[in-house]
Design a protein. Sequence first.
Length: 198
Amino acid sequence: MSIFTAETKTIMSQKVLLSSKEVSIILHRLACQLIEKHLGFSDTILIGIQPRGTYLAQRLKSILEQEYHIKDIVLGFLDITFFRDDFRRTDKTLEASKTSINFLVDGKKVIFIDDVLYTGRSIRSALTAIQSFGRPAEIELLVLIDRRFSRHLPIQPDYRGRQVDAINDEKVKVCWKEQDGEDAVYLEPTKNNKSPTT
């Protein structure tokens, strides 16, 4: 008789990609890269892609304001659920998150922020969705984890925290203190129930 529960086996099969300390170091490095490119952020807008990109966007905004004393950073959240090219093809019921963009993006430099870049389809959807709020001067992409060799579309990040080579039946799981009780990134086997690609 096995003494291991299903939960124990799941934990044992996880591989830690980033510890809490490593996540912190990467966030500060990404913040510095943004400062180098955008200086005072007077014409720059941060857009967290719902749902998981919002935690990364909020954390970066906090670092920029509290540790680097940059004022009046504009932050919005963009839901892309119904702009996806696969939302009618999945058997799973999709729940939309809230879009919170109470400003125009005309002529602004927009930085999309998401936790994991995988197939690129979420970013393609975001490019379509943002048009409802104006025409940006330019759009950049920042991600915490860039999964190489998994792209379906020719989309690459301008800023990346860590590049990861993972086979298709492995999942990159990003945890945030605000939602999951810890800052960490894990590599784990994909469960049988498939979710939409990102």
